[in-house]
Design a protein around this ligand. Structure first.
Ligand code: ADP
Ligand code: NI
Length: 228
């Protein structure tokens, strides 16, 4: 067992990682706040239990998955992994575990409707699924409109059609440009998520969350078009 895996050392590193993540999200109003990270951690651990994945690695990666999100760091896709690595190396964690956690942080993000986002471990699948589940359902709806508002996007504009982004740069550009709408984001990402989840438990949880988003968008368009 690497030194950091003794129960006491592991508890200490988990607590330090939690404080670090909390400090990074002290004043976030984009839907990427500490509570998002905490929900992702809890869901990821639930998936990890079902998949018999390494809970220590899953928990550290979930706590660190958004500490330097590229969309808030000038599009620097490596920022998250770099910040996570620098922090973990200060915690005297063995190199192999640091590498496993950082790989998960680098794999977590959605990159566009037509872009594959492979994972290199079952632990990575648990964190990626947990992050995606938090973009779905009632909380997913709330987060989309929170971030859309933060970026100055319109809720909806019937003249602007959803785009199936074929590259990460196209996806990021559309996120920043404000030329698309939050309602389009459901078609560009959120409705696609249920078919991209990897673990059986996440797929089961996703059914209800997907249905809630469908009902929401249907009702939104009915009201918009005077059909209710
Ligand atoms: P990830 O968390 O995989 O890095 P994203 O950056 O795509 O993925 O999304 C994170 C959160 O921000 C999600 O809840 C998502 O719905 C919301 N979001 C992302 N892009 C948009 C957008 N263009 N309009 C509204 N919400 C968005
Ligand atoms: Ni996230």
């Amino acid at each position: 067992m690497p030194l950091a895996r003794s129960p006491n050392a592991a508890r200490h590193i988990r607590a330090k990682t939690e404080s670090f993540a909390k400090s990074r999200f002290a004043s976030d109003a984009t839907g990427h706040d500490w509570f998002h990270t905490d929900r992702v951690r809890r869901t990821a651990l639930r998936l990890a239990r079902a998949e018999k994945a390494d809970a220590f690695v899953v928990e550290l990666a979930a706590l660190l998955h958004d500490v330097a999100d590229a969309k808030f760091h000038g599009g620097d896709e490596k920022a998250g992994e770099r910040v996570a690595r620098r922090f973990l190396l200060q915690q005297k964690l063995d190199d192999a575990t640091v590498d496993r956690v950082c790989a998960i942080v680098s794999e977590v993000s959605f990159k566009g409707a037509r872009v594959r986002t492979p994972v290199s471990s079952i632990e990575s699948a648990c964190v990626q699924d947990a992050d995606r589940l938090d973009a779905m359902g009632a909380i997913g709806v709330a987060r989309a409109f929170t971030l859309g508002g933060h970026w100055g996007r319109l809720m909806h504009d019937p003249t602007i059609k959803p785009q199936p982004h074929a590259s990460l740069s196209a996806y990021r550009k559309s996120q920043r440009s404000g030329k698309s709408t939050t309602l389009n984001h459901f078609f560009e990402k959120l409705f696609l998520l249920k078919d991209r989840l990897r673990t059986p438990t996440a797929k089961k949880i996703a059914k209800d969350r997907h249905r809630v988003m469908r009902v929401f968008v249907k009702q939104f368009l009915n009201e918009w078009n005077g059909r209710t």
